[in-house]
Design a binder for this molecule. Sequence first.
Ligand code: SF4
Length: 320
Amino acid sequence: MREYPFELALCAHLEAREEAVVARQIGGGVRAPANRVLDVLVVDPGPEMAERAALTPETIPHAAVESDVGVGRARDPTTAIDAPPERARRVAERAVELGFFERAVGGGVRQVARYPDDWFGRLVGVENKPDLGSPGDLELQLRKDVSLALVDEVVLATESYVTGAHRNRIPEQVGIWRFDPETGEREVVRAAEPLASDEAGVELRDRHPLRTDVAVASPEAKARRRRRMAERAYGKGWRPDDFPACAEAERVAREGSEGLPYCAWKDRLVNPANCGPSCPGHDPADPPEVDVAGARDGRTPWVAEPEGKARRQSGLDRFE
Ligand code: SF4
């Protein structure tokens, strides 16, 4: 089983079974987030989930969330946002577009509503390795995740039979799921142990023949990064935005979750990024119509069209 179809089937399964936001490919490092990308991130809702969902369905730029722009007095974005002036203006512009900031008379900006810091709870990172027979650098990846403890739990998901030798090689804090992407059956082979996500962690960075570079990540840096990850996951989700422009492509559902790209020619889920004229089965056509937001809406705590936003929008329309 290839990793992409496995990952999509697992995301569809988690979306169907958990009351959580599910997203693919989220940066999971503190100093260099792109150096460690989590295959799947499961974000459990916190007490302020509804407040976050009421803001916008998209990712709010972290520079806007972490800025000194508040709900009261309007602020000049170039002094309230920690970025060079041009970028600060762009961040403010984007936050206004999303409805998180509003413009005040005089050109300053303020938050439309307070950002709810407690909107998410537990973060679970899932590393997918359908075939444990070709583990690559799996063990090292999982050691990095446990050492940094940026997420609350780390799980390895596989389709393979898990032997005692496999278990012994995988750090003991890491949970193991055996998942069948065809039937949607998931067996918890070993439960994950909670990690100390609110304490300092050690980030394993470059490895050289005789040494490994490490950096200590403070609890504050980790908390900031966790919020960025949750925020990114909220806007991103896991479904592909674009389907293959091919007559063989279809839109299918798994466990009630719509919006997965299936290829009739290959008889399996496919990664649209790999589709094109170089594929022997390619038959040029318009891609199938897919309503990604419609497929996602109502399946998780994510809300496609927040009510408050719709009201604000219709209120604006009246005066146009
Ligand atoms: S390009 Fe190939 S893999 Fe992609 S949908 Fe068409 S036939 Fe299937």
